[in-house]
Design a protein around this ligand. Structure first.
Ligand SMILES: Nc1ncnc2c1ncn2[C@@H]1O[C@H](COP(=O)(O)OP(=O)(O)O)[C@@H](O)[C@H]1O
Ligand SMILES: [Mg+2]
Length: 298
């Protein structure tokens, strides 16, 4: 799924410079800002191994470091031959990038294991011995600074061992390019409006946070498939509205004080940006010849 990376030349340069100097890197930014995409590209550019782990409560030190194959320990004892490398040791031995997504969700004891590796470039594994990282090894991590889960846990000790690169939302032009590269878009104009709508969710006073470009990609893709299923043109107004609701209503968070649901807010934004439903217009023109229709003209 690694399509071309749109923009981000500056961030790419910064990451590569930090890694070239032997630093560890953390990318901080909201979901969907291209952190994983960018780090994959950098690993590709450097032709280096890229070992990814997802930060969550189950990521124990044994999971990242590895362990002696429990089935064989009885018969063979703690023979180094039966040690199964975890992702961290794999990256260290290969001189690759050890990439941790959602760093702030990693349990404390695992963070402590990483801390030692980040500063010493080696790890002492009980009964196995010391494993030194090959040239090129680095810990790279990504986190969402607004993540409600466990954000406070990333300690100053970790921050002291990483270079931090902030990833903000892409520009509107970049988002259009990303969407066009990932999903069939009815027209360039439609693509611009779809991105405008998604960006508007990030600024809306009733929304605590809005959708990332992932929402725009799904919006376009659902529109395409729904229009096909309904056998209507790809830019059908009603198809777009349904697609916008489906793609975006779960991705935004409504402020507690707001009087409206996520779907209502998205419908309003959709009408603001894509215009009123076409039936309104035909009713209007129909009502010109009839006497006073319900909604009338304003
Ligand atoms: N600069 C970019 N170039 C190409 N695709 C991008 C870019 N930024 C984001 N995307 C696309 O948007 C989606 C989310 O990007 P991702 O890298 O997973 O974000 P993050 O890791 O920050 O949550 C993916 O489908 C990715 O392909
Ligand atoms: Mg990611």
């Amino acid at each position: 799924m690694a399509g071309p990376v749109v923009d981000r030349a500056r961030e790419t340069e910064l990451i590569e410079a930090a890694l070239a100097g032997g630093a560890n890197v953390v990318l901080e930014g909201p979901p969907g800002t291209g952190k994983s995409t960018l780090l994959r590209r950098v690993a590709g550019d450097l032709a280096t191994a890229f070992v990814l782990v997802e930060g969550n409560a189950e990521l124990t030190p044994a999971r990242v470091v590895g362990q002696f194959d429990p089935a064989q320990v009885l018969a063979r004892g703690y023979d180094p031959e039966i040690f199964v490398d975890g992702p961290l040791l794999t990256a260290m031995r290969e001189g690759g990038l050890f990439y941790v997504e959602e760093l702030n969700r990693v349990p404390e004891e695992t963070l402590n294991t990483l801390l030692a590796v980040m500063s010493e470039r080696e790890i002492a594994v009980p009964r196995l011995g010391v494993v030194r990282a090959a040239e090129g090894f680095a810990v790279v991590a990504a986190m969402n600074p607004f993540d409600a889960v466990g954000t406070a846990r990333v300690s100053g000790a970790i921050y002291d061992r990483v270079c931090r690169i902030a990833m903000d939302y892409q520009s509107a032009e970049a988002e259009q390019q990303i969407v066009t590269g990932r999903a069939p878009v009815p027209s360039a104009q439609w693509g611009r409006q779809a991105v405008e709508l998604v960006r508007a969710t990030r600024e809306h006073p009733d929304l605590r946070f809005g959708s990332s470009v992932r929402g725009a990609i799904d919006f376009a893709s659902i529109t395409h498939h729904l229009a096909k299923a309904r056998q209507v043109p790809a830019d059908d107004w009603f198809v777009g509205l349904d697609a916008a609701r489906v793609a975006l209503s779960g991705r935004v968070r409504v402020e507690e004080s707001a009087q409206r649901s996520a779907e209502q807010i998205i419908e309003q934004l959709y009408t603001d940006i894509f215009g009123p439903p076409p039936s309104d217009e035909s009713e209007e023109s129909a009502s010109e010849s009839a006497e006073g229709s319900g909604s009338g003209e304003i």
